[in-house]
Design a protein. Structure first.
Length: 254
């Protein structure tokens, strides 16, 4: 469910929305980081600012989702999307996936504006939307156990706890955005998870021949590769968890 064995081309083909979101946020970060005038303009007019929202610039309740403040920030959020978003895109379908992602992100920004007392407070990042995905997964863990196996449920619990703890330990974090994004995703669980089927890697395997030109030469070669990599699946999951934590820690110093 959270182990990415697809090729780059396969990932783009089977998870187009996740791919587009990652590409857009990396592209905007590159623009703001390396293109002086235009990038500065995009960053200024996109960041979340309580004072400017008070002045009627309500688009700032949406645009911070697409902006990031540094290499650690963009790396952490992009990595989280690559690992955790694809399963939801397959399970929910495109419309419901977009709904949970942007609902959680926008709700996080709105409630940050409501509860943050300082008029000079500013923030950027897709963390509220990503925490919304974690919140939806946590709803599965407690109320829709048919959608997630015990091993992945434990992983989600660990990631959720670590992420929430790090929210309070790291500097320059939008604490309200993380918490309300998480709550927003969890709250959508009863609505979005109705009639949803569990994630199935078989769908990917059956359709993989669509994106691999030479599949006809050996129809069984994917099965061979799957078993070849099987002993490494558990280390990959553990490694992904460690990298996620390290990226979060590194981002606090960048």
């Amino acid at each position: 469910m959270f182990i990415r064995t697809e090729s780059f081309k396969g990932f783009l083909h089977f998870y187009p929305l996740v791919s587009i979101i990652i590409a857009v946020q990396i592209g905007i970060w590159l623009l703001t980081a390396f293109v002086p005038v235009i990038g500065d303009w995009v960053y200024y007019y996109g960041l979340g600012s309580n004072y400017l929202i008070d002045q009627g610039e309500y688009w700032r309740l949406i645009t911070p989702i697409f902006l990031h403040s540094g290499v650690g920030h963009i790396a952490f959020n992009s990595f989280a999307l690559v690992i955790f978003a694809p399963a939801l895109e397959q399970m929910l379908g495109k419309l419901r996936f977009l709904l949970v992602y942007f609902f959680a992100g926008i709700a996080a920004n709105i409630l940050t504006y409501v509860v943050e007392p300082s008029p000079t407070y500013v923030h950027v990042g897709a963390s509220g939307a990503i925490f919304g995905l974690f919140g939806l997964y946590l709803f599965m863990v407690f109320f829709e156990k048919r959608l997630i196996d015990p091993q992945n449920a434990k992983l989600i619990l660990i990631i959720s706890v670590i992420s929430l703890v790090m929210t309070f330990l790291r500097d320059n974090i939008n604490i309200a955005g993380h918490i309300f994004g998480f709550i927003g995703g969890f709250a959508l669980g009863p609505v979005l998870l109705k009639n949803v089927e569990p994630f199935s890697p078989r769908k990917y395997i059956r359709r993989r021949k669509v994106v691999d030109d030479d599949i006809g030469f050996d129809p069984n070669r994917w099965n061979k590769k799957r078993y070849r990599y099987k002993p490494y699946l558990k280390p990959i999951v553990v490694g992904a968890l460690i990298i996620l934590v390290l990226l979060g820690l590194i981002s606090s110093f960048l």
